[in-house]
Ligand binder design. Sequence first.
Ligand code: GLP
Length: 265
Amino acid sequence: MRVVITEDAHTVASASAEIVCQQLIDQPRCVLGLATGSTPMLLYTELVRRYRAGQVSFSEAKSFNLDEYVGIDPAHHQSYRHFMQQHLFDHIDIDPVATQIPQGLAEPNIECRRYEAAIKSAGGIDLQILGLGVNGHIGFNEPTSSLVSRTRIKTLTRLTVAANARFFQPNEQQPYLALTMGIGTIMDARHVILLATGEHKAKAVKAMIEGPMCAMNPASVLQFHSTVTVVLDVAAASLLDARQYYHWAEKMRAKTVPKPFQSLA
Ligand code: GLP
């Protein structure tokens, strides 16, 4: 696992944008796995900026989002489809039909099977972007999720519902079910990049990187993935015991690893 500790949310966004852009440059027809939540928003802003500056194109890429609320219309302002259009898709040259998000209004079991098959027929995910829940969830794989799970319907924990309540109006019905790629689906991605910022993520970050691997902390399964890059700000990294080592390793990597390989873990 490569652990990159940068100053703040802005430097997390630019370091991760660098990795995403390098992927698109090396392999323009790549398949991206995308995440929602507040953490990747600055990354998307940075990708839009780089696209507008002519530094990157998404025209041949495909994308699959991690999750979507069940029973929510894609046009609803809280749907993850709406989020992605607003923060990324509407501002770049990606082909709209190449952007997939689980359909929250479809029959869940059929939709989950369709989604898995679509990822497979696209050739699998080359670069998966992840955020991190305060309870260690990735996608909507809540604690105790099977570590080999595939795309399926999940009931959100009260903690997750409460954490996401800030996006909903007080009188608005907030979904507590979601369709999410499984942990096994995420683990099949060739490269995973996880972003976490802020002190409120520090405990989950510590458990993910330095804790034991267990279903109570779904993100800890990434210890078993061969190519993971975790990009943190100083606050999210504050509880890591081996922070000095991660800084040192990055310094040495910059000196000794040839540039084209530096974005790989
Ligand atoms: C949601 C999403 C996750 C995201 C998490 C953290 O539950 N399903 O993909 O990583 O929230 O969100 P935030 O980045 O807003 O802290």
